[in-house]
Every structure is written in structure tokens, then in C-alpha cells.
Design a binder for this molecule. Structure first.
Ligand SMILES: Nc1nc2c(ncn2[C@@H]2O[C@H](COP(=O)(O)OP(=O)(O)OP(=O)(O)O)[C@@H](O)[C@H]2O)c(=O)[nH]1
Length: 349
């Protein structure tokens, strides 16, 4: 069961990106095979064949979710390749650049900050060790100065391209996560309308007028009538479908400038900017009629779903909760008067 779930789970972006990196690195090594043959350095050329093999296996391992094996192969390949390339043709070959690419990957792929930091420290030690060694030993298989420059430029270019790709990946992932979190923080998961917290944020912004002028904002507090009966008779899932259907009707009936959110269980709040009480009452009436006249029979209902709506208009110096309390009082006056009604708040908060 556990294994089945692992296989069915969508692949994390990190591992998908690692697979693409394997393809890129393998292609670079294929290019190196020909470059080093051309430069008369067969040992390095054949090392690249080994590297391509390791990337093929790493790709296969990632595809089949053997992530640890893949990570091990990639580590060994990059470290051994960088060390051999440097020892054979010298520090100026630029093979050490590939080691630097591990730094962001280690932090992104490691769940523990501590183990990522330890691995980065080990990488730093290796890097410094290789650099220090090359100050004291001569390259084992040196190549011509111009060829060395060519290899250096090739390595530098590859690392630039790979870093650009990685940076693009990280930034896209962060932006996407930011978008998703923003959506989750502001939206009700069932109806996809704004949630209560976001409605409060938006409405408070709308009733705040820097110049101290009266702000022309109206509120509609809407509650489904006898909703408990729908749940009891047809089940909770059916009740959820009614909530979603009503949300769509509200979004479609309100004006472009208005916004609506789920205020509580079967309660919705609409904020109507630049709207006086008379206009708000007309809009509330339109919403009430749209819900009551909706084709509920297609959902198997014999009686229509209706809503009661309380309307209030923001008063100068009033805080948001005062306006909402007045709308709530009007709403319950509507319930008391028989439901499926629009009532306008009159009294003080
Ligand atoms: N299906 C479903 N039901 C919900 C949800 N949130 C709240 N409810 C139900 O909404 C019902 C509200 O019932 P009441 O507060 O008694 O009000 P009502 O039956 O609508 O009656 P009136 O408001 O007086 O017309 C309760 O049965 C809650 O369980 C939800 O997300 N999904």
C-alpha cells in the first residue's frame, strides 16, 4: 500500500529537474568525449564515456524513484570527474566550476539544513584541497595552452547555462509556491470564493478613507434558508454542491466592482463599493431572485433554495464590524418575517 502510494504520487519538481540535469550533464560529457579525442587526451575521453553511463543509470534511477542511488551516482560522477580533469590537465581547465553547482542543489534537495550545511562544508574542503594540491603538483597529462583555454571556456559556458537553468527553476518554483499559498490564504477551498479573513482585509481597505470622508460602501449579508434541512434530507455532499452552486450564482449576479466571500457555513458576504442604500437594495433583490429562480429541479430538488439578505450601508466613523452587525440584524429580521427576503438595516450598530 505504502509503495503503491509512493509510485502514484506526482513527482516533485526537484526530482524532475534533477532528471533534466542528468540529461544536460550527460550531453556535456558526450561533447567532452569528442573534444578530448580531438585534443589527443584519450584517458579523459574515456572517462567521459563512464560519466555518460553513470548519468544514464542516474536518470533511470530517478525515473524509478531510486533517488538515493541517483544522488550517489551524480555526486561520485561530478566529484571524481572534477578531480580527474583537474589532476590530468590542470586547475586552469575549469572543471572545479561543476563542484559549485552542488551548493544550491544541496540546500534545495536536503530536508535537514544541518546535513546540507555539513555536505557544503565537505564540498568546500574538497574544493580547497584540490586547489591547494594543484599548486604543488604538475598536471599529469597537460594539453596545449590554446586547447586548455578552449576547455576552460567550454566548462565555464556549460556551468553558466546550467546555473541559469537552475536559477530559473528555483525562482519559478518559489513564485509558483507563493501564488499557491496566496490563493490558499485568501480563498475558501469549497466554494473558491474569498474566505472571511480576506473579505475583512478587502472591506477594511474599502471603508478606510484617508481624507475622513464618508465612504460609499454597502454590505449584503446572505444566508441560505433552512439549509440544515437540505443537509439532513439529501446529505452533506449535496449540501456542499448547493453551496458551490449558490457561490456561482452570486459571482455571476453581482457587478464587476463588487466582491463576495464565504462568511461562515451557509453565510455569504458581498461588499458593494460606490453603492448607496437604494442601489444596494436593488442588487440584493436581484441576487435573491436569481437564487430563488435558479433551476434547482436539475439537482433533484422539488422546492427552490432561497436566501435571506440583510443590507447595510457604511456610516461615517463606523468600524467594519458595526456595519456587519447591522446587516446581520437586518438578515435576521428577514428570517423572522418569513425568509426569502431582503431587509435593509435601519437602527444603529
Ligand atoms: N453541507 C454543508 N453544510 C454546512 C456547511 N457549513 C455549515 N453547514 C450546515 O449549515 C446548517 C446551518 O443550519 P442552521 O444554522 O440551523 O440554519 P438553517 O437550517 O439554514 O436555518 P435558517 O438559517 O434559520 O433558515 C447546519 O446544518 C450546518 O451543518 C458546509 O460547509 N457544508
Amino acid at each position: 500500500m505504502e509503495a503503491r502510494r509512493r509510485v502514484d504520487e506526482p513527482r516533485s519538481q526537484f526530482w524532475l529537474m534533477s532528471m533534466r540535469c542528468c540529461l544536460m550533464a550527460g550531453s556535456v560529457d558526450v561533447a567532452f568525449f569528442f573534444i578530448f579525442h580531438y585534443l589527443g587526451s584519450p584517458i579523459l575521453a574515456w572517462i567521459n564515456v563512464l560519466s555518460v553511463g553513470m548519468y544514464v543509470i542516474a536518470y533511470w534511477a530517478l525515473k524509478h524513484r531510486h533517488n538515493r542511488l541517483a544522488v550517489l551516482l551524480i555526486w561520485v560522477e561530478v566529484i571524481v570527474h572534477a578531480a580527474l580533469g583537474t589532476l590530468l590537465i590542470g586547475w586552469d581547465s575549469g572543471f572545479y566550476y561543476y563542484l559549485l553547482m552542488f551548493i544550491p542543489a544541496l540546500y534545495a534537495g536536503n530536508h535537514s539544513l544541518r546535513s546540507a550545511s555539513i555536505a557544503v562544508f565537505a564540498l568546500w574542503l574538497f574544493y580547497v584541497g584540490l586547489n591547494t594540491t594543484m599548486r604543488f603538483v604538475e598536471p599529469i597529462q597537460p594539453i596545449a595552452e590554446s586547447a586548455l583555454l578552449g576547455v576552460y571556456l567550454f566548462n565555464l559556458t556549460c556551468v553558466f547555462i546550467m546555473f541559469s537553468y537552475l536559477s530559473l527553476y528555483y525562482i519559478t518554483t518559489v513564485k509558483k509556491a507563493h501564488r499557491i499559498l496566496g490563493h490558499m490564504a485568501t480563498t475558501d477551498p469549497l466554494t473558491h470564493l474569498f474566505n472571511r479573513r480576506h473579505m475583512i482585509e478587502l472591506a477594511e481597505r474599502d471603508i478606510t478613507d484617508d481624507a475622513g470622508q464618508t465612504v460609499n460602501v454597502a454590505f449584503l449579508l446572505m444566508d441560505i434558508d433552512y439549509f440544515k434541512q437540505f443537509n439532513d434530507r439529501y446529505g452533506h455532499d449535496f449540501g456542499d454542491r448547493v453551496l458551490c452552486e449558490i457561490s456561482q450564482i452570486l459571482s455571476a449576479t453581482l457587478r464587476e466592482q463588487d466582491y463576495v466571500g464565504r462568511w461562515g457555513g451557509e453565510e455569504f458576504l458581498a461588499v458593494l463599493p460606490h453603492t448607496d442604500t437604494q442601489q444596494a437594495q436593488l442588487i440584493a433583490e436581484r441576487v435573491r431572485a436569481a437564487v430563488a429562480e435558479h433551476d434547482w429541479m436539475q439537482h433533484g430538488l422539488t422546492t427552490p433554495v432561497t436566501m435571506s439578505i440583510g443590507v447595510s450601508h457604511h456610516r461615517r466613523g463606523e468600524v467594519l464590524s458595526d456595519s456587519i452587525v447591522r446587516a446581520d440584524a437586518a438578515l435576521y429580521a428577514g428570517k423572522d418575517s418569513g425568509r426569502n427576503r431582503v431587509e435593509v438595516a435601519t437602527g444603529g450598530a
